[in-house]
Design a binder for this molecule. Structure first.
Ligand code: HEC
Length: 158
């Protein structure tokens, strides 16, 4: 009993330190690789921000609304992993991972439509993007009527 209390106190302390140290930055969700995963999405247009190969991951909370439409419940999460395209003759192949992004439904994020937007480097470090200018504005423009979620379930496995 005593031991578990000590462990609890220890991990709370660690969480607090990590929180203060990282400021507003949010850790990448653990285990997102096991969420529902999209098929491989290839964007061949070099002028596109999305040039490369990406995969969308949806957690169980978000999945229901992703299917049916409507407002997402608090805590819903989406992650996208981005990879370079490696030139291998005729077929584009997956290169190095270059970025990961997260959207998490949080009521308190009033400046960004009730979603937390965060970006990470390939090794999971917060990249310190401006969530309003670098994320929200585009998501608002593209998906105002879909609670800011741009991709569609119909295309998820296509
Ligand atoms: C120029 C427009 C644009 C900007 C800027 C942008 N996104 Fe997106 N985002 C998209 C598009 C388009 C998709 C859908 C991709 C698909 O369908 O495969 C998307 C999808 C996503 C998804 C999956 C859920 C969804 O909406 O489909 C997440 C999570 C995400 N973006 C997070 C971010 C974060 C975090 C930032 C800022 C670092 C950001 N995005 C900046 C256009 C943008």
């Amino acid at each position: 009993m005593k031991k578990s209390v000590a462990i609890l106190a220890g991990s709370a302390m660690l969480a607090w330190v990590a929180c203060v140290w990282a400021g507003e930055k949010v850790a990448m969700p653990k285990g997102y690789e096991r969420w529902e995963k999209s098929s491989e999405k290839i964007v061949n247009d070099k002028n596109s921000l999305f040039y490369g190969i990406h995969y969308i991951f949806v957690d169980a909370k978000a999945l229901k609304t992703y299917r049916s439409g409507g407002k997402y419940p608090e805590g819903s999460r989406f992650v996208v992993e981005f990879y370079d395209i490696r030139d291998e003759g005729d077929k584009p192949a997956k290169g190095k991972k270059n970025m990961v992004v997260l959207m998490k439904k949080e009521k308190k994020q009033t400046a960004t439509g009730g979603w937390l937007f965060a970006g990470y480097s390939a090794d999971g470090k917060p990249s310190g993007v401006d969530p309003v200018k670098n994320c929200f504005e585009c998501h608002l423009k593209e998906a105002k009527d879909r609670d800011l979620v741009i991709s569609r379930y119909e295309n998820f496995k296509k």
